[in-house]
Design a binder for this molecule. Structure first.
Ligand code: HEC
Ligand code: HEC
Length: 284
């Protein structure tokens, strides 16, 4: 699908917004994938493997998986073999504490490049917000967990990060004095202007966002939300904290391991959470 067609689709979708049915308003403990809040046309696009534009990134990731690189002249496949076997379930466990550091999946992939391939980490090209190659590999690895529930550990070494993430999630900041929870918990299912607010899950990321005309990481989405309601960027130190220490954002999946309200709806959760695992198209 060309960029122009996508833009046209996005514009058509936006125009249709005003006519959309009011989104469902879930009870706070009910876990619903972001997909539950989009219009049916967008969901149909997401479910269609031929039409879903995010799958272009997955295909690129599959090619990169086989591509030799770095001083060692190895590919991911040389060491890990078939991704469908080696990476099954792996994406569902990130972010994860590795050697004392909290890493998201893309950081973990870059670590492999540096440590095992003698290759430089992928970084965003100057004109890009994020590295296309890294996003592609991340989407490809994550796709191997399609249909599986999220399984992020929040105990042991991960506990302090989780606690900090929860604090940040409920902390009111910025000129508008808003917290993430005030939209994604208190107002889920309501519209912000024409846009329905979801519960803010990250299980579908990296996700294709029609409005941005490309794939985006969960970190980019956090940054966008934060900059938008805080009215200014947080200091880089605080931002890093938020991005790197926010496993709590998988809070509804985490609730299965944590006596957080909603822990009794694990079944619902695994169904809804897994929904977008097989898809990389986000909401509009
Ligand atoms: C030379 C061998 C080698 C190559 C090449 C390699 N890896 Fe790895 N990878 C490993 C080893 C060994 C581990 C286990 C942990 C460690 O020691 O880093 C690992 C761990 C991982 C993990 C974490 C798995 C988990 O269970 O958390 C991911 C994800 C990963 N590699 C992805 C990749 C990707 C993507 C590529 C290609 C860009 C790649 N690896 C290339 C050897 C390799
Ligand atoms: C003023 C309301 C508001 C606040 C506050 C807010 N967001 Fe959002 N957020 C939105 C809207 C609107 C969207 C796009 C529609 C959707 O998916 O919810 C969104 C989308 C998201 C998504 C993507 C969900 C998906 O399924 O694609 C994530 C993740 C997210 N926000 C995280 C956060 C985090 C983290 C914070 C706090 C730092 C935050 N948001 C604060 C309104 C808000």
């Amino acid at each position: 699908m060309s960029a122009r067609v996508l833009v046209a689709v996005a514009i058509a979708l936006l125009a249709a917004d005003a006519l959309a049915e009011p989104a469902r308003r879930p009870a706070p403990e009910e876990l619903l994938s972001g997909a539950a809040f989009v219009r049916p046309e967008t969901r149909a696009l997401q479910d269609d493997a031929f039409a879903n534009p995010g799958l272009i990134w997955v295909e690129r990731g599959a090619a990169l998986w086989q591509t030799a690189d770095g001083d060692a002249g190895t590919s991911c496949a040389d060491c890990h073999g078939d991704a469908g076997t080696a990476m099954k379930g792996v994406g569902a466990t990130y972010p994860k504490v590795v050697g004392g550091r909290l890493l998201n999946l893309s950081q973990r992939i870059n670590q492999c490049r540096v440590d095992h391939m003698g290759a430089p980490p992928y970084v965003a090209a100057e004109h890009e917000v994020e590295s296309e190659n890294l996003l592609s590999l991340e989407a490809y690895v994550k796709t191997q967990s399609a249909g599986m529930p999220m399984a992020v550990a929040v105990d042991g070494a991960a506990a302090p990060f989780f606690v900090r993430g929860r604090e940040l999630y409920f902390q009111r900041v910025g000129q508008m004095d808003l917290a993430c929870a005030m939209c994604h918990d208190d107002r889920a299912g309501h519209a912000l202007r024409a846009e329905p607010i979801s519960q803010g899950h990250v299980n579908g990321f990296p996700a294709y966002i029609l409005r941005w005309d490309g794939l985006a990481s969960a970190q980019r989405r956090f940054r966008f939300c934060n900059d938008w309601f805080a009215g200014r960027s947080l200091g880089s130190c605080r931002l890093k904290f938020l991005f790197r220490r926010l496993p709590f954002l998988g809070r509804r999946c985490l609730s299965a391991h944590n006596n957080y309200p909603g822990s009794d709806s694990v079944g619902t959760f695994s169904k809804t959470r897994s929904y977008r695992h097989s898809n990389v198209l986000g909401h509009e």
